[in-house]
Write a protein that binds this ligand. Structure first.
Ligand SMILES: [Zn+2]
Length: 157
């Protein structure tokens, strides 16, 4: 019984210390916050602006009441049934939010990749071994970097 318990605990510990679990958690939290910002941008700034262009008829007012015949029938029978409302303005807002998020993510990933590439290049440059040879200015032979006399042409360097 206790052996099974420690097994699950060990498994959970391995899962949580794998590292990418924490990265994922940070990603989800940042993603949620970012979604709120994009939604606010669309609903609080973009939509009121679009409303002024279309003379007060923006995404908020784009609702389509669908007068389904069977609902009409039920209403005629005295039943309290509402017609379905297709809020396609909200749907358009969601599509715009998605596009803004996609574009923002594209540039974010592009930026991260550029920084990563730069860091990798810097690391490669630092790891490159220091030169151990030099070229003799008289005979153009490759000689030891610390040589004071060329072994090929015996010139003093
Ligand atoms: Zn030489």
């Amino acid at each position: 019984m206790s052996g099974k318990k420690t097994g699950i605990f060990k498994e959970f510990k391995e899962f949580i210390t794998r590292g990418n679990v924490l990265d994922m958690a940070v990603g989800i939290i940042i993603g949620g916050a970012f979604t709120a910002i994009v939604n606010s941008l669309v609903n609080d700034i973009l939509n009121p602006f679009i409303n002024t262009i279309f003379g007060g008829f923006g995404f908020d007012g784009m609702n389509l009441v669908v007068k389904l015949p069977w609902v009409t029938l039920m209403r005629n029978m005295g039943l309290n049934v509402e017609y379905p409302v297709f809020a396609f303005g909200n749907f358009i807002s969601a599509v715009i939010s998605f596009l803004i998020t996609a574009v923002a993510l594209f540039f974010l990933i592009k930026g991260i990749n550029a920084v990563k590439k730069l860091a990798e290049k810097k690391k490669a440059d630092e790891e490159a071994p220091a030169p151990t040879t030099k070229i003799c200015p008289y005979c153009r032979s490759e000689i030891n970097i610390e040589a004071t006399r060329c072994p090929h042409c015996t010139s003093q360097l």
